[in-house]
Design a protein around this ligand. Structure first.
Ligand code: AGP
Length: 609
């Protein structure tokens, strides 16, 4: 996630900006920069890499000024580079912007501005803001920002300063956090509380679509209709560590709750309403190229592999191309049957997993086209691929992957729909229907997360379990695999996931009185079969916790507990059904006193064999 800081007051801005950016480092970034008003001009210094790179340059040439903004960038549009780093300016350099989020319609605005002679130097959507503000500026920065807000679409938080009005910072928020810190003769802005905690504990929280005008002795707020609003002051009583988690106890639970936004962001500008079109600027696969593929491999590790397991059902059902799923560490040594008629889809949150990168190179060496789904822009796997579809989950700090998984599923749906459109395997209205249902997912995920207290109670009662089984059929089996891994890796409780139809071929011998079985029953077409499997394990004494769709109530007559998720098309169910499983793993680990964010023996990115 990008980080924004800003200062206006009587002290030198640079040390305050740099300290604030350091406090935001935990959010993950690939470049950093500052802009300071130094009486004659606004000086911008921005570099790819860690904050230390920026620091070294600032030591060589100090910038003196009491107004400034700073930024750490987590790349979405445009590779990590000096020129793509923030802040961005208009051509004359007297309007400067830092931005967090996504301007969905930046390409159309960019084309219009280019027709008006504007020259762009970066690939970012943020630079469009700077030039657009210039285009609409008529002597009043606040008015120019209001006019820009009427035209842009997306989810964003941004801050603007101008050489012509060096007495203010203008900032706005829409679906991306932004706070205002209240000082004495000085004021602050930041994406997150840790950035300013050393200066003030009195803050204003910007609400959706609010605009703030920050001067050194005054702060004013306006709602989306331009009306002035008054706001309560929020007294922060967190310490820095708690503030980095925005009040959540662990990064994992914070990231579980970020999933509605992460899912929405990953769909943004790709799954547009009212048409069967899928907009994939990042993928150049043509109809002719797609027609030549006779097989798709989906290759990954861990949770990403489980996303591929869902992907097999999805791509085969929507695009009707045979899909083989493989674990990267197996694929790379199996001398797989891969050639130029194979499309290899590589999935990786970090984009650096060594086994997955090696598998990619093996497939590429054999002539396969490589399409990757990655969460880190410019990562090794992204750079080695022919096409990349980025998930926009933001940095995932907890070792246990949650929002990366659900956004990988979204990316897989988008690719499968894109292929079905190119191949004509679905009618336009079928594609439009699935897209309409996809756009409901953020809300359905939000609703499902509301069950957390029930799951927490169950976890508290059963955290001393020695074995927990997960079972499902079809796409629910893939979800069961992910639920089982989550539990194992953070609570250290042994667990196995099984295709429910397979239990009777051996594993059911392990079921005895009190064995906990998590049963996932979201697939309407397999529901009755799953109810029978629940009866099978119940007959052996199991305690069954069932996850089913609202309305499918038969299972509660046999299961010990049934948690209902909102109605959702079978093919999209994994995005919602995985929520209770993530929460169960989390609360089990908390109850056992495990190190939830950094489980023993594990690393966030496995860059070794
Ligand atoms: C997921 O919870 C695990 N931490 C792990 O299995 C992870 O998914 C796997 O190492 C793959 O990582 P990647 O997605 O960064 O390639």
């Amino acid at each position: 996630m990008c980080g924004i800081v800003g200062y206006i007051g009587y002290k030198n801005a640079v040390p305050i900006l740099m300290e604030g950016l350091q406090k935001l480092e935990y959010r993950g970034y690939d470049s950093a920069g500052v802009a300071v008003y130094t009486k004659e001009s606004i000086e911008v210094r921005k570099y790819k890499g860690r904050l230390s790179v920026l620091e070294e340059h600032l030591k060589k040439e100090t910038l003196d000024g009491c107004l400034g903004i700073g930024h750490t960038r987590w790349a979405t549009h445009g590779e990590p580079s000096d020129v793509n780093s923030h802040p961005h300016t208009n051509c004359s350099g007297d309007i400067v912007v830092v931005h967090n989020g996504i301007i969905e319609n930046y390409m159309s605005i960019k084309s219009m501005l280019k027709e008006h002679g504007y020259v762009f130097i970066s690939e970012t959507d943020t630079e469009v803001l700077a030039h657009y503000l210039d285009f609409l500026y008529e002597g009043d920065l606040v008015e120019a920002v209001k006019r820009v807000l009427e035209k842009i679409r997306g989810s964003y938080a941004f801050a603007v300063i101008s050489r012509k009005e060096p007495d203010k910072i203008v900032c706005v928020r829409k679906e991306n956090p932004l706070i205002v810190g209240i000082g004495n003769g000085e004021n602050f802005i930041a994406s997150d509380i840790p950035a300013i905690l050393n200066h003030t504990r009195k803050i204003y929280l910007l609400n959706e679509n609010e605009l703030a005008v920050i001067e050194k002795d005054s702060i004013s707020f306006f709602d989306e209709n331009g009306r002035k609003v008054s706001k309560e002051i929020f007294e922060v009583n967190w310490d820095v560590a708690a503030a980095e988690k925005e009040g959540f106890e662990h990064f994992m639970i914070k990231e579980i709750h970020e999933q509605p936004k992460a899912v929405k962001d990953t769909m943004t500008s790709r799954v547009l309403p009212d048409s069967a079109d899928i907009k994939l600027d990042d993928i150049k696969l043509t109809k002719e190229e797609l027609q030549k593929f006779d097989k798709i491999y989906m290759v990954a590790c861990g949770t990403a592999y489980h996303a591929c397991m869902v992907g097999k059902y999805v791509v085969e059902r929507l695009a009707r191309i045979p899909v083989e799923v493989d674990i990267a560490s197996e694929f790379r040594y199996r001398n797989p049957i891969v050639n130029e008629k194979t499309l290899t889809i590589i999935v990786s949150q970090s984009g650096e997993t060594l086994d997955t990168l090696a598998a990619l190179k093996e497939a590429k060496k054999k002539g396969s086209r490589i399409l990757s789904i990655v969460n880190v822009v410019g990562s090794s796997i992204a750079r080695e691929s022919h096409d990349v579809l980025y998930t926009w989950a933001g940095p995932e700090i907890a070792v246990a992957s949650t929002k990366a998984y659900t956004t990988q599923l979204i990316a897989i749906y988008i690719i499968a729909l894109y292929m079905s459109k190119l191949k004509g395997t679905l009618k336009d209205e079928e594609i439009t229907t699935i897209k309409d249902e996809m756009r409901k997912l953020p809300q359905l995920v939000e609703e499902t997360l509301k069950h957390k207290s029930i799951i927490q109670k169950f976890a508290t009662k059963n955290s001393n379990a020695k074995d927990i089984f997960y079972m499902g059929r079809g796409i629910d089996y893939a979800v069961a695999l992910e639920g089982s891994l989550k539990l194992k890796e953070i609570s250290y409780i042994h667990s196995e996931a099984y295709a429910a139809g397979e239990l009777k071929h051996g594993t059911i011998a392990l079921i005895e009185k009190g064995t906990i079985v998590m049963a996932v029953l979201t697939q309407d077409e397999l529901y009755e079969k799953m109810v029978s499997n629940v009866k099978e394990v119940k007959a052996r004494g199991a305690f069954v916790f069932a996850i089913a769709k609202e309305g499918n109530t038969e299972v509660e007559t046999v299961a010990d507990y049934t948690l209902y998720i909102p109605k959702v098309p079978d093919i999209l169910a994994p995005v919602v059904a995985v929520m209770p499983l993530q929460l169960l793993a989390y609360y089990m680990a908390v109850e056992k006193g495990c190190d939830v964010d950094k489980p023993r023996n594990l690393a966030k990115s496995v860059t070794v064999e």
